[in-house]
Design a protein around this ligand. Structure first.
Ligand code: SAH
Length: 248
């Protein structure tokens, strides 16, 4: 069980696999006003930066589930490094349908809502692990500027206009699902740069050490085209944020 190899090549050096920076995760951890000992479930936990730093800074405990063995191993190493291996654990597996045995105070899916078949399905899935009065965290892209054509949308990581909403509509959609938006922290273009531009040096180094790999041609094509495409499309059109939700 693994994610497509292109991600483990391009994001092998990432600690955060989305446009959030360490500062944004720190802000989110603070604004949620979590009590010490709050239990968190994180579906698609990646390399574990959110749970590990929040365990260190806020004394939370947590479990992450992720489909990538590499990212899961990195997450467990990060927990050791930050001295929180007794507070958080990371499990390798498919998070689709994952419900925690014990109810949690915060149930999160930050940048992986395909796990529940979209935002609505992921909220439903997370709600099954949540204690009454708990908080759901959803990390999701939105249109910062509406793409004028499908071609422009496609330039943003191959998506379609219909895949995302503008920010006010995304917020309204949470209300229609019966949730209050009680906090939000939005990424910015610098955060997008950290997420996207960090891939370029990783790809360049990978190409130097793996010139004959079967993925070399694809990685070369990406390294050649991605910086310009990113500046023209994703950086201008795509926003991203984490939304904190409580059932009405
Ligand atoms: N929340 C993390 C990672 C976001 S990237 C962060 O903030 O850094 C999306 C993550 O979802 C990747 O780590 C990928 O391995 C994971 N993923 C993709 N499909 C999954 C699935 N079906 N079950 C669990 N994790 C999945």
């Amino acid at each position: 069980m693994d994610i497509p190899r292109i991600f483990t090549i391009t994001e092998s050096a990432h600690r955060i696999h989305n446009p959030f920076t360490p500062e944004k995760y720190a802000t989110l951890g603070t604004v949620l006003r979590m009590e010490k000992g709050t239990r968190i479930l994180d579906l698609g936990s990646g390399s574990g930066e959110m749970l590990c730093t929040w365990a260190r800074d806020h004394g939370i405990t947590g479990t992450g589930v992720d489909l990538s063995p590499l990212f899961t191993e990195q997450a467990n190493r990060r927990a050791e490094e930050l001295g929180v291996a007794d507070k958080v654990k990371f499990i390798h597996g498919d998070a689709a349908g994952h419900v925690s045995a014990e109810k949690v105070g915060v149930a999160a899916c930050v940048g992986a809502t395909w796990i529940g078949g979209g935002v609505a399905g992921t909220i439903e899935l997370l709600a099954r692990s949540l204690r009454p009065g708990g908080i759901i965290l959803i990390g999701e892209p939105y249109w910062r500027q509406m793409p004028p054509t499908e071609e422009v949308a496609n330039g943003c990581e191959g998506v379609a206009i219909a895949d995302f909403l503008p920010l006010p509509e995304l917020i309204a959609s949470f209300g229609r699902l019966g949730y209050d938006v009680v906090e939000m922290v939005l990424a910015d273009q610098e955060g997008w740069d950290r997420y996207e531009a960090a891939k370029w040096l990783t790809m360049r180094r990978w190409l130097e050490t793996n010139p004959n790999d079967e993925m070399a041609k694809e990685v070369r094509a990406r390294l050649t085209g991605d910086p310009e495409r990113y500046a023209k499309y994703t950086r201008e059109y795509l926003g991203w944020g984490v939304f904190a939700l409580m059932a009405r």
